[in-house]
Design a protein around this ligand. Structure first.
Ligand SMILES: [Fe+2]
Length: 415
């Protein structure tokens, strides 16, 4: 999406003869969105990209969801889904646990220590937020090193894999990924872009913040001509299903490509926040959007500077959306007393009002800055709860504003 790129060698004219480094004829492939009417890239392969020799089912595990009924705000402790060294046996693709989802988006979490297999999500674009750890993302377009705070945007059906790389020094660190799997494309907000697609003055992110893959990337000679499995997710009328496709040769065989479609990353630390004299609503903090959902982020910033400002969110009821916040870092003053911390996820569904904890609201005036770091998704259709969400539910968040639940006063927490 972001802008035109070229890697390796491509012919001067599309759809014309192009010779590979060894003199052979390149196999041209167009990967395009919206039929032939959207963003696209043209790739020049050493082998035929559609050459497959097998296709078998890939069991995606439990992707069932259940309604949030009886209707409650939820606090999900995502870190608890991966205790101890569980990550050592998991990769960033097959280890994902479904937390929340609907027909438009699936929100998953994974803590991984193993290289993933080759993977292609044909259901839609992915936005993977790197909570912790480092990795090298390898794809048919090229490779990209990612680190904490990165949003990694991977276009639909891009064959890629995640290789945890750990820190440059010190002990290995698992890769902790907050995965947003859309059923659509994920783009920057239209209002941040000019008619020709350039980021406008005032946009919180601009082209200089984007880090595209560096290509081309070719498989090691020892495996280049060997069959290679690619794990594919696809849409069906019965939900998302998986297929393990065996390609006749390794798909990393692209000597050159050009176009507007490729994986890229940008870091949340490069997001320039909007501040105001009084509280700015979440749309001021939008960063991305997909069909029927938007993504915003809350980053360290000076707070509202009107002398009587209450520099916290007012109580609000988003009657047309479910609101999901992933807490990535910083101190969550507004939620003190709830147990919310790093790797918490809250769901504030349509149908309930929500806002700060009472003591925080009463004491907020005069606060001048925040170090909070959080990623928010607002969905315009109700979210249901996946198996990971059920397992991570703290069971008490809904009663945290009153301090009293069905069983009486809530026992205190240690935060
Ligand atoms: Fe909210």
């Amino acid at each position: 999406m972001p802008y035109y790129l070229r890697a390796g060698t491509v012919p001067p004219k599309r759809h014309t003869v192009h010779h590979l480094i060894d003199g052979g004829l390149a196999y041209e492939e167009v990967i395009g969105e919206e039929g032939f009417a959207g963003a696209a890239s043209l790739l020049y392969h050493r082998g035929v990209p559609s050459a497959m020799i097998d296709a078998r089912p890939w069991d995606l595990g439990d992707l069932k969801t259940q309604p949030n009924s009886p209707l409650r705000p939820l606090h999900l402790r995502l870190g608890d889904l991966f205790p101890g060294d569980a990550y050592a046996a998991l990769d960033a693709v097959r280890g994902r646990r479904l937390v929340l989802g609907n027909a438009d988006v699936r929100i998953c979490y994974v803590v991984a220590g193993l290289p993933s297999p080759l993977y292609s999500n044909a259901t839609g674009d992915e936005c993977v937020y790197v909570q912790a750890g480092r990795a090298r993302l390898e794809s048919v377009f090229g490779a990209l090193d990612v680190h904490p705070g990165d949003y990694v945007i991977i276009p639909r059906a891009t064959i890629h894999r995640w290789l945890p790389t750990g820190p440059e020094e010190g002990p290995a660190e698992p890769l902790r990924l907050y995965c947003v799997e859309a059923s659509s494309h994920i783009t920057h907000p239209r209002r941040h872009l000019s008619r020709s697609g350039q980021f406008l003055e005032g946009s919180p992110i601009t082209e200089r913040d984007l880090r595209p893959v560096r290509g081309p990337l070719l498989a090691e000679p020892a495996v280049a001509d060997e069959p290679a499995d690619v794990y594919v997710k696809q849409r069906t009328a019965h939900g998302v299903v998986g297929t393990r496709v065996t390609h006749a040769h390794h798909p990393f065989d692209v000597e050159g490509w050009d176009g507007y479609l490729y994986p890229y990353a940008f870091n949340i630390a490069d997001y320039q926040p909007v501040t105001g004299r009084i509280h700015q609503p979440p749309p001021a903090h939008q960063v991305l959007e997909g069909h029927n959902f938007v993504m915003c982020n809350f980053v360290p910033r000076p707070l509202d500077y009107h002398p009587d400002a209450i520099p916290l969110p007012y109580y609000h009821s988003n009657v047309d959306s479910d609101e999901v916040i992933f807490y990535s870092g910083g101190d969550y003053t507004a939620r003190r007393g709830t147990g919310i911390g790093v790797e918490s996820l809250t769901l504030h569904p349509s149908g309930h009002s929500h806002g700060p904890q009472v003591a925080a609201y009463q004491q907020a005036n005069g606060t001048t800055e925040t170090d909070e770091l959080a990623v928010m998704i607002d969905t315009f259709n109700p979210l249901e709860i996946g198996e990971g969400g059920m397992a991570a539910d703290d069971g008490r968040y809904a009663w945290s504003w009153s301090g009293t639940g069905p069983d009486g006063p809530l026992p205190p927490l240690d935060d």
